[in-house]
Design a protein around this ligand. Sequence first.
Ligand code: PLP
Length: 372
Amino acid sequence: MPRPILARIHPDSVRHNLQLAKESAPNSRVWAVVKANAYGHGIERIYPALSKADGIALLDLDEAVRVRELGWTKPVLLLEGVFEPRDVEIADAHRLTVAVHCDEQLDLLTAAKPSRPIDIQLKMNSGMNRLGYRPGAYVQAWQRAREMAAIGEIGLMSHFANADDGAIDWQVDEFDAATKDLPGTRSLSNSAAVLWHPQAHRDWVRPGTILYGASPTGSVRHVTGFPLRAAMSLTSKIIGVQTLAPSETIGYGRTFQTEREMRIGVVACGYADGYPRHAPTGTPIAVDGIRTRIVGRVSMDMLTVDLTPCPAAGIGSRVELWGDQVKVDEVAEASGTIGYELMCALARRVPVEIDDASRLGESNDMRRTLVA
Ligand SMILES: *Cc1c(COP(=O)(O)O)cnc(C)c1O
C-alpha cells in the first residue's frame, strides 16, 4: 500500500473562484494566471475550470504550448515575454501574446520575421522596480513598438508592489500620467487589486492566487468577505499513536515537552512532501474533521499532532494538512510564508487526484490528459 498522503485538486473550486473574481471586476476581462504549473495544481488538472476566462497568462513557453495543445483558442500571455530568437518563433507558431519589458525584447522582435504580427503587452515599471520601462521611457518604447512590423496590438501593462496592504494609487497615478495619450487596453490588477482596488481594474485583470483559494496577503482574515474555496486539499492519515507521560518530549530537537499525559498522533506527511519544516508547535491541522495543532518539529516524512481534542482518533484517522477546513494560508502564516509558496512547493512524490474527473472529460482525449 502506498503511503496514505494525497493531494486532491478541486477544479470546481477554481471555477467558483474565477466566477468570484469576475464578479469582483465585472467590467474587466480576465487573464487567469496559471504560472508555476497553475501554482502547483497542474495546468491540465484545472484547465477545464478556466473556460470562462478570457485569456490565460503564464511564464514558461512550455506551459504556453501545453495550454494551446489542450485546445485553448483565446489569448495566451507570456508574462515575462521572450528570451531568445527561438522563443519568438514559438510565440508566432502558437499565437502567443508576449510581455515586452525592455529594449532587448524589442530587438528580438525586430530581428524576427513572424508569419503575422505578434500582440504584445508593453510593461511599465510604475514602482515595483522589477521589470518594465520607467514611466519616462514608456512613450518612446511604445512609439518604437508601434513602428515595428512584427508587432500587432499593444496592450499597456503594469504590476503592483503592494496591492495587498493598501496603497496603490501612487503606482496607478504614475501609470495613468505616462499613458494618458496612448491607445490600447490597460492591465494592472493582480488578485489583491481585483478584490480591493476597483479603480485599478481597467480592461483586463490578472488574478492568480485567488483562483486557487489562497489569500493575496497570505492571511485568511483578509479574505473573510470572499467565499474562496480551496483548490487543493492535502490529506494523510495517522500511522502511529504514542501516549506520553508528563515531561516527555517529541521528535527531533525535543522542541515540545508535555505538561500532562498526552496522546500524540503521527501523521504520514513531512517536509519532503512540501509541508513547511518551519511550521511551529501550534500550527493548525484537522484530524477526523476536528481542528487541533501540530506539536514538535516537522521531520522529513512525518509530523506529530496533539490528539487531545479528538480522543476517538487513532491509526487510520483522516488528517487534513490544508484544504477547506484548515486553509493553506493558516499553515503558511504560522510558518512565516504565504499560501502561494506552499501550493507551489507540493512535492512530486505526493500522489495527486482530481476531485471531479468524471464530470470533466468531455472527450476521451481530455480525460487521458487529465490522468496523465
Ligand atoms: C503572478 C502575477 C500575477 C498574479 O498575481 P496574484 O497575486 O497571484 O494574483 C499577475 N500579474 C503578473 C505580472 C504576475 O507575475
